[in-house]
Design a protein around this ligand. Structure first.
Ligand code: ZN
Length: 336
């Protein structure tokens, strides 16, 4: 089969011929139906310092994908054959004490599909059985594939109360965009976003945001007013500062955006005296976030506008060029 892989320690990716993967104990084999390109895949393409330190070529990439289970390994129920599933990319040991304590998402020994082990940007993939999450066939393929990323949005949004609240989301990258739909489906009263790109601002309105504000405007704080919670999706120091001043006393700031320079100064006395909760958010809760996500889909959550392009996986170069130019939401890859 053909697969999208990092074959050498340098920028770029290659389409290579590899044998079909063999299913092992505790694993399932998927016929991959769709994939979704993630910012992490772009980092791997560009070969930044993180990828160079973490990835060992040759590695098949891709951690957001969906498909049908066609074979199961020893110890996995045959009833799973035929299930339509999507991937949780974080692989945590079955006997992890973190997982047992409900903290599987912060297990320091987590391995990531398509990063530490071969991923799914290929017509067939083999993954641990518990990482194959049953998905309703009513979810469109491109959306089913991106649930790992959508789960980040669900985890961040639902890390505190949303219903009847005013929520500020700083940064309308793909996860920020999806967080708009999550907050709306979870009953938010009002969702305000900040974003500088006109392309992403337009997408935010298609996701159902009430108002998008350019954070470079001098009157940005007045226009936002006070909010019950902020989801910080941008990794921009100025957005964190804005979150601290806009979030009302007793509110929460849930931080998912990663900072280029992790050493930042913020007004800590504002955090303390206003009783703000600053929360770091990573991954998805195993498996609570997946259950919440399935429930949100049942309640009519619609994230389809975030899938702006669908291309055959063999056209991956075009997909990565669009991602690098910031002219895409999520890009779906097809494998048939
Ligand atoms: Zn991802």
């Amino acid at each position: 089969m053909l697969a999208i892989a990092k074959t050498r320690s340098a920028p770029g990716l290659d389409l290579i011929e590899v044998p079909e993967p063999q299913v092992g104990p505790g694993q399932v084999k998927l016929k991959v139906q769709a994939g979704a390109v993630c910012g992490t895949d772009l980092h791997i393409y560009q070969w930044d310092s993180w990828s160079a330190s973490r990835i060992h070529p040759t590695r098949i990439i891709g951690h957001e994908f969906c498909g049908e289970i066609i074979e199961v390994g020893a110890g996995v129920s045959k009833d799973r054959i035929g299930q339509f599933v999507a991937t949780e990319s974080h692989v945590v040991a079955r006997d992890s004490e973190w997982l047992a304590a409900g903290l599987g998402h912060v297990d320091p020994d987590t391995k990531i599909l398509g990063v530490d082990t071969d991923g799914g940007f290929a017509p067939y993939a083999v993954i641990p059985a518990e990482n194959a999450r049953i998905t309703s066939r009513s979810v469109p393929l491109g959306v089913a594939a991106l649930q790992d990323a959508l789960g980040n949005a669900v985890h961040t949004a639902l890390a505190g109360p949303v219903k009847d609240r005013t929520i500020l989301i700083t940064g309308m990258g793909p996860i920020g965009l999806m967080a708009v739909a999550v907050c709306k489906a979870a009953g938010a009263k009002r969702v305000i976003a900040t974003e500088i790109s006109t392309y992403r601002t337009e997408l935010a309105y298609r996701m159902g945001v009430d108002e998008v504000i350019d954070p470079r405007q001098p009157e940005v704080k007045e226009r936002i007013g006070t909010v019950d919670a902020t989801l910080e999706m941008s990794g921009q120091p100025s957005s964190l500062e804005l979150a601290i001043s806009a979030t009302k006393p007793g509110g929460r700031i849930s931080m998912l955006g990663v900072y280029r320079d992790s050493m930042q100064s913020v007004d800590l006395n504002k955090v303390i005296f206003r009783g703000l909760a600053l929360q770091g958010i990573v991954g998805r809760r195993l498996w609570e976030t997946w259950e919440q996500m399935a429930e949100l889909f049942e309640n009519g959550m619609d994230v389809t506008p975030v899938v702006t392009h669908t291309v055959p996986f063999t056209d991956y170069e075009a997909a990565f060029a669009l991602m690098a130019a910031g002219q895409a939401g999520k890009i779906a890859l097809t494998f048939s």
